[in-house]
Structures are given as C-alpha cells and as structure tokens.
Design a protein around this ligand. Structure first.
Ligand code: ADP
Length: 160
C-alpha cells in the first residue's frame, strides 16, 4: 500500500490545498494530510480547529485522513509507514525553498521521497496568507476556501 503524507500549516485549508490533495488521492492508495504543529509561523487558527476544518472539507474522500504532528515530518512519515511526502508548487518562488526542504528531508532519510504537484491554474495563486488578508479586510473569500472553512470564519468573525 502506497501511503503519502501531505504536510503543511493549512491555516486554514484552501481550495488550492484540496486540489493538490485530490490529485494525490488519485495517485496514492492513502494520503494523510497532516498539520505541522512546530511551524515557526504564528498561527491564525488553533491546530485542533485546522484539523477539524480539514476533516469536514475531505468528507467523501475515502482514502484521505486528517491528522496533526509534532517534530520532524520524516519521523512522522516513518511512524505512519509512508514513503512519500507531497508538496505543492505554485510559482518559481516556491521552488527554491521546497527544493531545499526536500533535499534536507532526503539527507535525513533516503527512503522517503518528495513529490511535487501543481493545482489547476484557477487555484494557483491561492495561499492561506492571502486568504487571511482578504478575510481580515472584509473581502469575499467564498471562492477560495472549502465551504466548511467559509462557514467557520463567517461564524467566528469577531474572534479570529
Ligand atoms: P501556505 O500558507 O503557503 O498555503 P502551507 O504550509 O499550508 O502553506 O502549504 C502546504 C503545501 O501546500 C505547500 O507545499 C504549499 O506550497 C502547497 N500549496 C498551498 N497552496 C497551494 C496552491 N494554491 N497551489 C499549489 N500548492 C499549494
């Protein structure tokens, strides 16, 4: 069974992430989308809420699971029996960082490979940070995020 991990901050999950995940789920037997708790980025939503929103957004995707993890991604991958990490590429600007990260991961563990996937062009520009910026300034984010994320943010507007 080919298991892949799709790690990230998913703060919150967007339609760009979902598109990558759908492609991953077609290629691999099982994909675990996992929120990294040790991200240096200051969080917008709590990790438990991010996982909750992912769970609602992947309803109906039978070979996809949502989780969170502490520590090194490769250690988490080993624990889950995964040999593949999925990362998304949007623009050349992502490439340098992603290449470095994948090479660091392979230096730590040769058996775990990173594969890069791209989204449909209409989702390419979407990032969690752009969405936060639009949302916090009162813009309409309904086209960019899965329905459960939209509903959660609209319902918790005053708290986030
Ligand atoms: P971001 O805040 O940039 O969305 P994440 O850590 O949540 O960052 O992203 C996890 C992974 O998903 C990264 O590999 C990132 O490059 C990828 N990704 C995020 N949004 C997109 C998108 N719109 N198209 C392709 N890949 C994406």
């Amino acid at each position: 069974m080919k298991i892949a991990i799709y790690p990230g901050s998913f703060d919150p999950i967007t339609k760009g992430h979902l598109d990558i995940l759908k492609t991953g789920a077609e290629i691999f037997d099982k994909v675990i989308i996992a929120v990294a708790k040790n991200s240096e980025k200051k969080g917008f939503l709590p990790v438990s809420e991010r996982v909750n929103l992912i769970k609602q957004s992947i309803a109906g995707m039978d070979n996809v699971e949502a989780d969170s993890f502490d520590g090194l991604t490769i250690e988490y991958a080993k624990k889950k029996g995964a040999k593949v990490l999925i990362r998304g590429l949007r623009a050349v600007s992502d490439f340098e960082y992603e290449l470095q990260l994948s090479q660091a991961n392979s230096a730590l563990c040769e058996d775990i490979k990173t594969v890069f996937l791209t989204t449909k062009p209409k989702y390419n520009f979407i990032s969690s940070s752009t969405i936060k910026e639009i949302f916090l300034n009162g813009g309409d984010i309904s086209k960019f995020v899965p329905e459960p994320v939209y509903e959660y943010l609209m319902a918790n507007k005053s708290e986030v």
